[in-house]
Design a protein. Structure first.
Length: 58
């Protein structure tokens, strides 16, 4: 026979895991200096420009 589980505990555990994952990304984003953030933004913009420049027009 199957094991009996408490659905409230499962739901709360899933919500807690999602919150923990979001906290990790927030810590990574907030723990950087302004210079690091601007450098990352410039690199992202440069990559987007290069990608747009490589698109073919049919």
């Amino acid at each position: 026979m199957a094991e009996i589980i408490n659905l409230n505990q499962v739901r709360k555990a899933r919500a807690k895991a999602e919150a923990k994952a979001e906290a990790v990304t927030n810590r990574a984003a907030s723990g950087r200096t302004k210079a690091d953030r601007s450098a990352a933004a410039k690199a992202k913009a440069r990559a987007a420009r290069l990608l747009d420049g490589q698109k073919r027009e049919d």
